[in-house]
Write a protein that binds this ligand. Sequence first.
Ligand SMILES: CC(C)(COP(=O)(O)OP(=O)(O)OC[C@H]1O[C@@H](n2cnc3c(N)ncnc32)[C@H](O)[C@@H]1OP(=O)(O)O)[C@@H](O)C(=O)NCCC(=O)NCCS
Length: 182
Amino acid sequence: MSCPDAAIRPLDPDRDLPALSAFLIDKDVSRLNLCLKAVADGHAFILVAELNDQAVGLGIVHTAPRHDQGWTPTWGTWEFLQAGDAYLENIEVKNTLRNQGIGTRLLNALETEARNRGKDRIWTHTGEHNTGAQRVYERHGWQHKQTLQVPWQPPGRPSRVYCKDLGGIGCASSRISEWPAG
Ligand SMILES: CC(C)(COP(=O)(O)OP(=O)(O)OC[C@H]1O[C@@H](n2cnc3c(N)ncnc32)[C@H](O)[C@@H]1OP(=O)(O)O)[C@@H](O)C(=O)NCCC(=O)NCCS
């Protein structure tokens, strides 16, 4: 299957929210609206993949810790937003357009933008069951650092912590050494 000619660009809320809301689950639409505050303050960026004038994928990256994002103060996203860190909160492609290279384009653009913003490494969590996302990360050089129980998932639903080195200085792992195992 050939890769559709998706363009990657910053989110335009007025134009893109209706299209994104049509395929994101309600929780992710709420998160997106919360993240827009961080974007407005320069603490996050959101890129969309556009195909035929419609947003068909998005990626959200935080570049600074904030108190208004609903993060737990310990063992959560906060831990992964120390100086030099970026954190990928979500990447999603419309279900019917997956496995055609759009996620790869988005991920490349997100990593490039994080690097351009001076970040040395980018972190994310993904469910232990989410083997599709894990393959995409690992093909892109992300390292599986640990498997653990994150506070926002119910017990028995472990998550993987992934990191990609953007600045050539490696992924410091000391902050996750004391985390509970999944
Ligand atoms: C993870 C996700 C964003 C990947 O997006 P995607 O557009 O499917 O990603 P790609 O198409 O670039 O890569 C997926 C697979 O398609 C393959 N592929 C890419 N281009 C292709 C093409 N032109 N033809 C055939 N296969 C292709 C890739 O090699 C990859 O194969 P793999 O699964 O064996 O590694 C998508 O699966 C998704 O939205 N998942 C649900 C949300 C989610 O779990 N997000 C992660 C949150 S942690």
